[in-house]
Design a protein around this ligand. Sequence first.
Ligand code: HEM
Length: 202
Amino acid sequence: MDLRGRLVNSLWAFRLLLAVPAAIMLGNFLMHGRGWGQLIDQSGEWAIRLLILTLAITPLRLLMKQLGFGPHWPMWLFKRRRSLGLAAFLYASLHASAYLIRQANLNVVLFDLRFAEYLTGWIAFLGMLLLAAASNDDAVHRLGLWWKMLQRLAYVAMIAAAVHWYVIRQDHAAFWLHILPLAVLEAYRVWYNFARPAGLKH
Ligand code: HEM
């Protein structure tokens, strides 16, 4: 296999790629004096972007199957799902940590929780935390059927994060640009699983 092929197939190269936005935002914060606000915004945006990509993998694989792609790319996506989900959680952790350090006061943090935009942020974070904790092979085996149920938390986290973003921002252009493709893919998944004509079933 040539170098390009090796890089495309390497899980470590993929993980390194996922770390690039964090390196850039932390570099800007530490070396170029960009404030907490920018770090919070950028890490939040990457957290939701990666969560969306994680959720998009299943409908994308169904679409590829229906379009007659071979097994390679659906499997390529499947093998990267866990790394994407974990990266989403790590960006969310950076986001939450930057927020907590900026507030620097537990009373203010608790006060903020009364507002929908903060409560939904914490609900999304908690969901992602539980998913990350149950993402290793050991947990998959120990939890058995419960593990599948637990995966539904990803949708709870997604909806909570989307509400958090929608309410916290006045300008919704970026919001729709991120959310609409996932909504279309999810609608396709529901159609594929429940309403697909018999002729298209294989
Ligand atoms: C842990 C609890 C959380 C808190 C306290 C929190 C707090 C915040 C704050 C203070 C902002 C910036 C608002 C501003 O600039 O005016 C923000 C923005 C944002 N947060 Fe969170 N957040 C939390 C969790 C999350 C999670 C889990 C996600 C995604 C999975 C997320 C995604 C976002 C997004 C996308 C933005 C807007 C960024 C932008 O428009 O540039 N947040 N959040």
